[in-house]
Design a protein around this ligand. Structure first.
Ligand code: ZN
Length: 427
């Protein structure tokens, strides 16, 4: 007698975006309980729904019902206040980082994110976060974690605890992640902002990368690869990763060059790309606010100059890649840099700015990441049998994507999220 007694909730939205069809539908009703979505149909057919539990009917005029958002790239340990990874490594304990994770995931859920990936946390913290969520200690989305990313000695994010070298050792490290409870494998296939790493070179050898992918796929875990240069993108394609994060076309000397052959490979392979374009916009806005208050430190000055040089480049690159036919998934990278949790929507708006239609951007933030992370049977669209992970926003985001920020109500696995609130633009 467990779930059958939970009441049936019926939502009557003005419009329904189910995450499958290309246009919003009107006059629809969606019925669900905490066991999942039971029925979707025309309002007039609601009487046909067979159920002996009490039903509550909620009507939302001027609102659109869509699948809960799925942010496939976050760092829940990180504050998103401009501190670097090295600073958080030096100054914070794992206990403090875990507390911050608890706050951050609650923030994400309140603003409409019902599933997220943590793509890199220190030591065991992400696994503890998952345990805490499973025990209901604090609110948070469905959370998928990688634990410490696999990285070469001194490579990007090495301080999180995932250094591994050589084919045998990287295999063993993937096996350890499986044992710890990882939902996917994150690998730093190039360097990044980590000081001892080189963002413009591939990090692992192709043989190491292939061993990582082979071992992960053997346990049905997807592999997400951080790639900040063209060489690493090609290695990731050769190794057969599932998703490429950042996917930036830089040569070994650090210069940007749109690479046609690589673009063709990306489109043909069907690999998922996560552009992380909003991170730069938020960073520039953050530096702008600092500049209005006091002179820059040398590090800030350098970041400001680099950021302005890069402004528009990623947007242009992804515009061309979208025309070439690549598949995108939404991931904010929030927690990192100056991008705090609470506006995943900014990245979906950036994708629209780069060339996706609003509907394609919505699918990139719902259905596509669920497919990439291999949990589409459970969530990512509004279909019978799936979890009732739902978002109600004021207005119609397929007409005006800014409406995605107008969060009105969130349901997580059929239960209302009391703390739901609109997302605030940070750029
Ligand atoms: Zn990241």
């Amino acid at each position: 007698m467990s779930d059958s007694r939970s009441p049936l909730t019926v939502i009557l939205p003005e419009k329904l975006i189910d995450g499958v069809q290309d246009a919003p539908q009107e006059g629809m009703a969606v019925a669900f309980g905490d066991v999942g979505i039971l029925w979707i149909g025309r309002r007039g057919d609601l009487d046909n729904v067979q159920s002996d539990v009490p039903r509550q009917i909620l009507e939302f005029p001027n609102s659109t019902l869509l699948p809960g958002l799925f942010d496939c790239h976050t760092h829940t340990n990180m504050p998103g206040d401009g501190r670097t990874g090295e600073e958080v490594d030096r100054d914070d304990s794992d206990d403090l980082r875990l507390l911050r994770s608890a706050r951050n995931v609650a923030e994400a859920l309140s603003t409409g994110v019902t599933t997220l990936c943590d793509c890199g946390s220190w030591n065991r913290t992400a696994f503890s976060l998952k345990d805490g969520l499973a025990q209901g200690i604090m609110p948070g989305p469905r959370t998928l974690v990688s634990g410490p990313p696999l990285t070469i000695t001194g490579g990007h994010l090495w301080f999180m605890g995932g250094e591994a070298n050589g084919v045998d050792n990287v295999r063993a490290t993937v096996r350890e992640r499986v044992k710890q409870g990882a939902d996917f494998i994150k690998v730093a296939a190039s360097g990044g902002s980590t000081l001892t790493s080189d963002p413009y070179r591939a990090a692992f050898s192709l043989k190491e990368l292939q061993a990582i992918v082979d071992e992960a796929h053997n346990r049905n875990l997807p592999v997400l690869a951080h790639c900040r240069c063209t060489e690493s993108v090609n290695f990731a394609l050769d190794a057969g990763v599932d998703a490429i994060l950042h996917c930036f076309f830089a040569d070994a000397d650090g210069s940007y060059r749109y690479d046609e052959p690589t673009a063709g490979r990306l489109a043909e392979s069907g690999v998922w790309l996560n552009p992380t374009m909003h991170l730069g916009r938020v960073s520039r806005a953050h530096l702008q606010r600092i500049m209005e208050q006091r002179p820059f430190t040398p590090a800030e000055q350098e970041r400001w100059e680099r950021s302005n040089r890069m402004a528009g480049t990623a947007m242009e690159q992804f515009g061309r890649l979208i025309s070439a036919g690549v598949k995108l998934i939404g991931g904010s990278d929030c927690g990192w840099g100056s991008y705090p949790f609470g506006d995943f929507q900014g990245e979906l708006i950036a994708m629209r700015d780069a060339g996706l239609t609003p509907m394609q951007a919505i699918q990139a933030g719902t259905r596509n990441p669920a497919a990439a992370l291999r949990i589409l049977p459970q969530t990512g669209s509004i279909e019978p049998g799936k979890a009732a992970d739902l978002l109600l926003v004021d207005g119609d985001p397929s007409a005006n994507i800014q409406a995605l920020r107008q969060v009105r109500t969130v349901f997580q696995q059929g239960r209302i999220v009391e703390s739901a609130r609109p997302a605030t633009a940070m750029d």
